[in-house]
Design a protein around this ligand. Structure first.
Ligand SMILES: NC(=O)c1ccc[n+]([C@@H]2O[C@H](COP(=O)([O-])OP(=O)(O)OC[C@H]3O[C@@H](n4cnc5c(N)ncnc54)[C@H](OP(=O)(O)O)[C@@H]3O)[C@@H](O)[C@H]2O)c1
Length: 326
């Protein structure tokens, strides 16, 4: 069976296609058809990764396919499922292969009349995170009359799906990007306003910036998140999920105690089942077709190039992997 394997070596890591089968056990065995690349795959594949928890593993933090056998009462043979979360592709074998056995906690069943394995993977962890962020903002009180919602890392997986979702739900969207060459594409998926990555600071040197955003979805972290917090409108919130720009958080408590703003943490990895189901149900209620977000579909043998492209910031939207392609 063709699998994309990471091995640690004396001088780093080797990544490549091998004829191997997963060594990991699980009550549910799934024939896999599609996977996708995520920033986390890049982190797992780094020589001294702080994310990876095994020296040798089949990579891939998510995949979709059909159940081949199940010892779990929750899943049946033939179910369309998506696999991600826990140690998948991080501390146990992941989705860059063609069949895998996993514990039920890593399995989410999807409605096969709504999704295919391909459309499920266009959403994937990125889409889940984007929708979980939107729901967190709406639960917090985001309304349509409060101004613009900011989305950072807008051409990336989480960012582009967040732009599209917010636009479909009727919000005015401002996209933050470091990729000016993709501005037209961002407008096409729903961004009304676009600002450059370096321009989201406001009144630098002062504790608070002007009140600009009715809400924000941030997957960048670091200085970007600090700047968002100090420029949220009174009572608004930012849903934070990522760290491509840094894992530190600066600033002061003033935005929280004088403007009542909120920082909402978003996790897709260890989500409790009831929340995971709520998010996927909400995704399924909308238009699940997002083909325009797919920039490339790779074969298993092209994954190393894709991971390299993520590291260079050279991807846009979603890069899928067709696990059945030569
Ligand atoms: N909390 C969770 O459970 C969860 C789930 C999914 C993802 N995440 C995290 O969310 C983040 C995004 O993941 P992804 O898969 O969407 O990644 P991605 O597809 O690589 O997108 C990241 C985007 O961020 C922007 N960016 C890249 N480097 C940057 C930098 N140094 N400073 C500022 N912006 C930068 C780029 O967009 P522009 O060029 O448009 O600026 C890039 O396309 C990652 O940190 C990932 O680990 C977390």
């Amino acid at each position: 069976m063709q699998s994309f394997v990471l091995r640690t070596t004396s001088d780093g890591v080797s990544l490549g296609l091998e004829d191997v089968t997963s060594v990991d056990d699980g009550e549910v065995t799934v024939e896999l058809f599609h996977s996708a690349l995520n920033f986390k795959d890049y982190l797992v594949g780094m020589p001294h990764s702080r994310v990876r928890r095994r020296d040798t593993l089949i990579m891939g933090v998510e995949a979709a396919g059909i159940i081949q056998s199940s010892q779990s009462a929750d899943f049946s043979v033939g179910d369309l499922v998506i696999l991600y979360g826990g140690a998948f592709g991080v501390g146990r074998d992941g989705g860059f292969t063609q069949s895998i056995s996993v514990p039920p906690a890593l399995v989410t069943a999807l409605d096969a009349t709504t999704f295919t394995s391909r459309s499920a993977m266009i959403w994937g962890i990125a889409g889940y995170t984007a929708m979980a962020s939107v729901l967190a903002l709406e639960d917090h009180g985001l309304t349509h009359d409060g101004g613009s919602v900011l989305v950072t890392g807008a051409t990336g997986g989480v960012g582009s799906l967040a732009v599209r979702l917010l636009h479909q739900r009727g919000y005015h969207v401002t996209a933050v990007t470091g990729s000016p060459q993709h501005e037209e594409w961002l407008r096409g998926i729903g961004a009304q306003d676009i600002i450059a990555r370096d321009d989201i600071g406001d009144r630098p040197g002062r504790t608070l910036g002007s009140e600009r955003w009715s809400g924000a979805i941030d997957c960048v972290g670091g200085e970007t998140l600090t700047n968002i917090i100090r420029t949220l409108r009174y009572g608004a919130a930012v849903a934070a999920s990522g760290l491509v720009g840094g894992n530190e958080l600066g600033g002061t408590v003033y935005p929280f105690i004088t403007r009542g703003v909120s920082l909402l943490g978003i996790d897709a990895v260890d989500t409790p089942p009831h929340l995971r189901q709520r998010v996927w149900d909400e995704i399924g209620r909308g238009d699940v077709n997002n083909e325009e977000l797919v920039e490339r579909t790779l074969s298993l043998s092209e994954i190393a190039d894709g991971i390299d492209a993520i590291g260079r910031g050279a991807t846009r939207g979603r890069w899928l992997v067709d696990l059945t392609a030569e």
